[in-house]
Design a protein around this ligand. Structure first.
Ligand SMILES: [Zn+2]
Length: 58
């Protein structure tokens, strides 16, 4: 099982990136790094909670 997060799922429709990880902690770490590097957005608790609602288990 792995977890998948897509920027498109939270409304960033011009970003095709998908982030995968084995655990939610690892996923959030990768998503936070991506958000900052690619989108210049620092994740706060609200954004993290919203992002977690869109995470899919594959
Ligand atoms: Zn993105």
């Amino acid at each position: 099982m792995s977890l998948e997060f897509r920027c498109a799922a939270v409304g960033v429709t011009d970003c095709k990136a998908a982030t995968h990880a084995e655990t939610a902690d690892e996923l959030l770490e990768k998503v936070a790094a991506h958000a900052l590097d690619v989108h210049g957005v620092e994740l706060n608790e609200t954004l993290i909670n919203y992002a977690l609602t869109t995470v899919e288990e594959k």
